[in-house]
Design a protein around this ligand. Structure first.
Ligand code: NDP
Length: 331
């Protein structure tokens, strides 16, 4: 496929080498709002052309675009790319409103193109194993999950994420949206309510939160599942943790909620504690690979547009909860 990149972003620099590992991909062009940045990005990444006009780049006759611009641009850029006949791999959050997300999904269906959301944590071998063990009943009936996804935002990313609500800044749309998707992926069920408290702990400016804790409720047999998530931009030297608690045992992971594709996993049950070996994988290569196959009519992307819409619905309900001080029903 011939690819264009919308957004001369940090994450695109990370995704491009992974995409290059997949056979048959031709990386052609980048579009940025800034001509100098577009030219520099194209030169650094070995792309033949650099653009500031999206229509001009889309006129190159591309097969697919990867959208990693700031969040408020995702919807309009996705619609333009779909209308130009491109498949779209879009970063999370898919959009800034559920109505925009629905429009993106509808348009992809109407023009028969693939729309995928880059929820990279689904590609983790560790998370795949946890999902499998949960589905197999290896830890009995799951009743609780704890997700600690608190990190320190490195200085080069301390831009729109901490001071621009209009661009989708804040830890809820940045990280809770991933945790929401991961919970749906691991548990294979949908949450009903969320209660979120947000704070500023030194990095967020204006109305932008840099820390959040949520309680996410999944209705179901035996009292359903309570999930607790913690997202932060200000947690220095913290390890990420995932703890899935069942009636017969528990799965515990450290270090899997990152871009690195690794982590360690333990199972605890009546026979004691044992570590389960899991390979470290390239999350972006796996995600892009599934997307490429889906574009060729082989299977579905790891996270579809609908998955992106659902993770957004949970995160937006979390923001509504934080501002109202109440539990919010997830749309
Ligand atoms: P960046 O801040 O690196 O890039 C976002 C936009 O900011 C770019 O498209 C670019 O605009 C502009 N920009 C980049 N560098 C500079 C600079 N030095 N000076 C001025 N403007 C600059 O964001 P990220 O790469 O961190 O995130 C982009 C998107 O990807 C977001 O939607 C985010 O949520 C998502 N993301 C997803 C991850 C995942 O693993 N799934 C991980 C990280 C981010 P322009 O293109 O117009 O030049």
């Amino acid at each position: 496929m011939r690819w264009g990149f919308i957004g001369a972003s940090n994450i695109a620099e990370r995704v491009i080498p992974s995409l290059r590992k997949i056979a048959g991909q031709e990386l052609v062009a980048v579009c940025s709002r800034n001509a100098a940045r577009a030219a520099q990005f194209a030169a650094q990444q070995g792309l033949a052309s650099a653009h500031t006009d999206l229509a001009e780049m889309l006129a190159l006759g591309l097969d697919a675009v990867y959208i990693s611009s700031t969040n408020e641009q995702h919807a309009g850029q996705t619609l333009a790319a779909l209308d130009a006949g491109c498949h779209v791999l879009c970063e999370k959050p898919l959009a800034m409103s559920l109505s925009d997300a629905a429009q993106m999904i509808d348009r992809a269906q109407a023009v028969d193109r693939v729309l995928a959301t880059n929820h990279h944590l689904r590609a983790s071998a560790l998370h795949g194993l946890v999902r499998q063990r949960v589905a197999d009943g290896a830890i009995g009936r799951v009743h609780g999950v704890q997700v600690s996804h608190a990190v320190f935002l490195p200085p080069h990313l301390q831009g729109w994420r901490i001071d621009a609500p209009g661009a989708g800044g804040g830890v809820v749309l940045d990280i809770l949206v991933h945790d929401a998707d991961l919970l749906r992926f691991l548990l294979q069920t949908e949450p009903q309510r969320i209660t979120t408290v947000t704070r500023q702990h030194g990095l967020g400016h204006g109305t932008v939160e840099d820390s959040a804790m949520s309680l996410i409720e999944f209705d179901g047999p035996g009292g359903g599942i309570l999930a607790q998530t913690h997202e932060s931009f200000v947690a220095q030297h913290a390890a990420t943790r995932l703890h899935v608690l069942g009636t017969e045992g528990a799965l515990y992971a450290e270090g899997s909620l990152t871009q690195a594709g690794g982590g360690r996993l333990w199972l605890r049950d009546a026979s004691g504690e044992r570590e389960i070996a899991v390979p470290t994988v390239d999350l972006y290569e796996i995600g892009c690979g599934a997307f490429v196959r889906a574009c060729a009519g082989d299977g579905a992307p790891l996270a579809t547009g609908v998955d992106g819409e659902r993770s957004m619905a949970i995160a937006l309900a979390g923001l509504a909860s934080a501002s109202s001080g109440r539990s919010v029903q997830i749309d």
